[in-house]
Design a protein. Structure first.
Length: 69
């Protein structure tokens, strides 16, 4: 059972490293030649914080103009 769920939404310019940051957090590996995100990418990571199970839902939006507000 989860104790908390958090949604993280990442926006930014194309090529700024949003996907690289997301993949690094998820896998603990640095991948310098990742493919550009088209639309949106979604990752999850579950871990323990002070004995509580926490799930992060990470939304990585592409840097396309239509995803800017």
């Amino acid at each position: 059972m989860l104790d908390a769920i958090f949604k993280i939404i990442i926006f930014g310019d194309a090529g700024s490293g949003k996907t690289t940051l997301t993949k690094r957090f998820k896998t603990d590996l640095f991948i310098s030649d990742s493919q550009m995100t088209i639309g949106v990418d979604f990752e999850t990571k579950t871990f323990d914080v002070d004995g509580k199970k926490v799930k992060l839902m990470i939304w990585d939006f592409s840097g396309e103009e239509k995803f800017r507000y």
